[in-house]
Design a protein around this ligand. Sequence first.
Ligand code: ARG
Length: 407
Amino acid sequence: MGGSRSGCPVAHGPHAALPPALPVGDVVAEAVEFLHLFHTERRLPGVAERVAQVREEVALTGTYRHTREELTYGAKVAWRQSARCVGRVRWAGLRVRDRRDVTTVAGIAAELTRHLAEADNGGRIRSVMTVFAPDRPGVGPRARIWNDQLIRYCGHRCADGAVVGDPAQAPMTDAVVGLGWRPPPVPGRFDLLPWVIETAYEDPTLVEVPRDLVREVALTHPAYPWFGGLRLRWHALPVISNMRLRVGGVDYGCAPFNGHYLSDEIGTRNMGDGHRYDQLLPVARGLGLDTSREDTLWREHAALVINQAVLHSFRLAGVRVSDPHTESELFMRFCAQEERAGRPVHGDWSWLNGSVGWAALHAVHHRYYDTRVPNPNLWPVDRAYGPDGAVALTLRERHDAARRRED
Ligand code: ARG
């Protein structure tokens, strides 16, 4: 999904090495900066004592353990500073589940299941993050989820080279098949991918997604009955599971989180993009548009209709979803809040703005943003498998090698 707006934002080589461990000085510098932010914003005393304690712990162990409050607040600030997210007005409401003590594949799978239930909340989706054990300094994550999101649809490769389902998930589908997963006998366009979870002690393990917790919405259009005949659907929850939370010099390589959808993400990107479900042409045909020339703007028209279908269907199903007008207004409120607090608004203009032709209708479009990317923040993790689904090195092999070096 490298470079795509709909997933991991940075292209990673299949076998990309871990980022080198930061020298201890940088951990301390980042820790000190974060602890000051934490104590100032929360109006807490005792920052000097806490800084001294952390310095000592880092000198001894190369890292330090956050208090639960530091972790919770750090995760919220990471969201607040995520340049690509337009929904950040909600940052303080993030529910942070501190699960740093859960380290087995079975334990992680159980927590992911609870995460889905808490986030789904009967369709009134809540923003949730589950934080597992921090990375081992210089070695890497102690646990890794191969899926880029907890709920994704397979991309089954056919003999003729075509893909049934989500083409963006074809490499992941190859990877799970490589691990022994049996796809459904008749490949469908919306088959759920299983999870792959691995830890420093356990090899990559397949886990079926708890089906009953996956809410999906069938797409229909308020004005076009034929639209339902396209048999399109999407899941209610976007749970990103391939990003690393970095707080005060500590990396949490396994920290899945979710918000709720903005219509554009599904209607324009997932359904419209040529390298995804590629539905502009079928929809334009349904509408009877002239697709023989670009200047009829049939693509824009079709994208607009799919976006209407997404908003209509989610509302009808009682599933929380946002539209670009509301989101733009809320984002302007966020900008005002941040500026009142004396903070710059970090932002990536190209991601904040909707992708359909009407982006210029919104206030988000009409200003620029601070392009620096401070920590706490969320960063892409390196992929576990290559474009062909092959694995370079498991976490276990990586951690074993580090242990041998230490002996
Ligand atoms: N664009 C991604 C998708 O279509 C989801 C990214 C996160 N989106 C969100 N609203 N929190 O699945």
